[in-house]
Design a protein around this ligand. Structure first.
Ligand code: MMA
Length: 169
């Protein structure tokens, strides 16, 4: 009986996992190895990304704060430069992120599914171009490294929360 159950579970597990449509992917990390790790993975439970604050100085992307649903994440990064803020329209999502880096992050550009784009920072360094792997998926959260500036950044894509088949809506 034990072996039967174990075998049944094993088979089911394999069947279920291969039958699931995949939706999560990530791009990066882009940047250098300094700073301390941060992850906003838990923040995605507060909702879709609705606004972004980016702090920039003359050379670098200094800091980042992201609004998930109605909740702002913790601020990550340093205190130099100016804080810039953009709000997405209701239902609007980021579907591509490009930018530049060397040792630290220098430029960030967000492109939305409504054809708007939001550039931050300076146009110098090694370029990257990040987009989701799976159709109809959008930017859901950030991870990266930070200290007195943003050292590196990675982008994590998945369904817009209300489109998630397993969210029971
Ligand atoms: C700090 C420290 C480094 C990091 C830089 C840039 C000034 O040093 O946290 O590890 O690389 O900031 O963010």
């Amino acid at each position: 009986m034990f072996w039967f159950t174990a075998l049944a579970l094993l088979c089911c597990g394999i069947t279920i996992s291969t039958a699931q449509p995949r939706s999560s992917s990530s791009s990066g990390e882009y940047g250098g190895g300094g700073g301390k790790r941060f992850s906003q993975s838990g923040n995605q439970l507060d909702g879709p990304i609705t606004a972004i604050r980016v702090r920039v100085n003359r050379w670098y992307i200094v800091g980042l704060q992201v609004r998930y649903g109605k909740e702002w994440s913790n601020y990550v990064g340093g205190s130099s430069g100016d804080l810039e803020e953009i709000f997405l329209h209701p239902g609007e999502s980021i579907i591509q992120a490009t930018g530049k880096y060397k040792t630290y992050l220098r430029q960030l550009v967000f492109v939305t599914d409504k054809g708007r784009y939001f550039p931050f920072g300076k146009d110098t360094g090694i370029s990257f171009n990040a987009a989701p792997l799976y159709p109809n998926t959008v930017l859901r959260y950030f991870t990266g490294r930070s200290g007195s500036v943003i050292d590196a950044i990675a982008f994590h894509w998945d369904y817009y929360p209300s489109d998630c088949p397993s969210c029971g809506k």
